[in-house]
Ligand binder design. Structure first.
Ligand code: PLP
Length: 389
């Protein structure tokens, strides 16, 4: 796009064609199908000789608007929207992999992605090998002849490891392997993996993209030849995003930059507060100087994101006790909401992992994950402080 504008502007000004009513905010196209003018129009639409909406499992104007925004924010060629983040991730694998292929993935991935790797993809003889954060530098030695995808989230959940995207991009390119990045924790406002060589970027739009805890959604963007395959897979298997949710998500993107700026400001303040607290063993936040990959985070991220993790003293009991004392913040499974959300991964999101698996991805018994919201920072810190003391 020659007249491409800055990210904030693209997120606001990209808009589908107005209807005859001249609405300022895009209309909502809650329709399952679209009509054709005549037999020739119908033939040409199905033959893809013209860009026309046919059926909302394939495409819908609201989905197009949402996707177009993410495509331009991520600097991608094309994209497709899904009913959830997991639908985007599964469809990416379903479209791009065949029986006998191998995935090389960072060990610390979202719980359901881990389930895909260990329980479902093996049904189709697709195997996954994990690499640890300290193996990134030697990851080339883990590549097999059938390795098709290198997969990673950065920052990771909830350990907040930061993986070097530039390095991963170079390795993937050198070996002719696709690099797929889950950019959910950073959002395209903070980090654009395609710049560093990612072929596909996936998102759970449920998180910071919606940012208000209302809808589920997902999106995959990247190289247009790959997105074409992902689109065809989805068109035939049906995990498409509903137009209503697409409309909400497109509106949400208009405020993504201002929300994420404030989220990051609050999160850094929480991290700095916790770092000096006696009841806290260790604080993880990508933009704290004490973070082991601080330099990499600074290189590839605009700000540190909205997630802070820390270890309370006293193990599992200490972690659960902290949750029970929280008054204002929510105990909930979502993240990236306006409301601050606190979880204890060892007894909830990651309880199905063995102790070794948990420790392998940095989840100790006392680890607490805070998704820092947009409430006034003094109220957030006050709640955390009274629960710790
Ligand atoms: C939530 C999440 C997902 C899954 O997204 P859903 O919208 O819940 O399906 C995938 N990756 C990461 C990093 C997430 O946080």
């Amino acid at each position: 796009m020659s007249d491409k504008k800055q990210i904030e502007t693209e997120a606001i000004r990209q808009q589908i064609t107005r209807s005859a009513h001249g609405e300022h905010t895009s209309a909502m196209y809650v329709t399952s199908s679209f009509v054709f003018d005549d037999a020739e129009d119908m033939r040409a639409s199905f033959a893809e000789e013209k860009e026309k909406n046919i059926y909302s499992r394939f495409s819908n104007p609201n989905n197009t608007e949402f996707v177009d925004k993410v495509v331009s924010m991520e600097g991608a060629e094309s994209g497709y929207a899904f009913a959830s983040g997991m639908a985007a991730i599964f469809s990416t694998f379903g479209a791009l992999l065949s029986s006998g292929d191998h995935i090389l993935s960072a060990r610390s991935v979202f719980g359901s992605t881990h389930a895909l790797f260990t329980k479902y993809l093996p049904k189709w003889q697709i195997e996954t090998t994990y690499f640890n954060i300290d193996e990134v530098a030697t990851i080339a030695s883990l590549i097999k002849p059938n390795t098709k995808i290198i997969y990673a989230e950065t920052p990771t959940n909830p350990g907040l490891d930061v993986l070097d995207l530039e390095f991963l991009g170079e390795i993937a390119k050198k070996h002719g392997i696709l690099l797929v990045i889950d950019n959910c924790f950073a959002t395209p406002y903070l980090q654009q993996p395609i710049k560093y060589g990612a072929d596909i970027v996936v998102h759970s739009a449920t998180k910071l993209m919606d940012g208000q805890g209302r809808v589920l959604g997902g999106v995959a963007v990247g190289r247009s030849d790959l997105i074409r395959e992902i689109y065809l897979f989805s068109r035939n298997t049906g995990p498409s995003l509903s137009p209503f949710n697409a409309w909400i998500l497109s509106k949400s993107l208009e405020t993504l930059a201002v929300r994420v700026d404030k989220h990051c400001e609050n999160a850094l303040a929480v991290a700095e507060y916790l770092e000096n607290h006696d009841e806290v063993n260790q604080v993880r936040y990508p933009f704290l100087k004490s973070h082991p990959q601080y330099e990499i985070a600074k290189k590839q991220m605009k700000k540190g994101g909205n997630i802070v993790s820390f270890e309370v003293k006293g193990g599992t009991a200490g972690g659960r006790n902290f949750l029970d004392k929280i008054k204002m913040c929510s105990l909930s499974a979502n993240l990236g909401d306006t409301r601050t959300i606190i979880t204890h991964p060892a007894s909830s999101t990651h309880s199905k992992l063995s102790v070794e698996e948990r420790l392998g991805v940095g989840i100790s018994d006392g680890l607490i994950r805070v998704s820092v919201g947009l409430e006034n920072i003094s109220d957030i810190i006050e709640d955390i402080s009274q629960a710790l003391n």
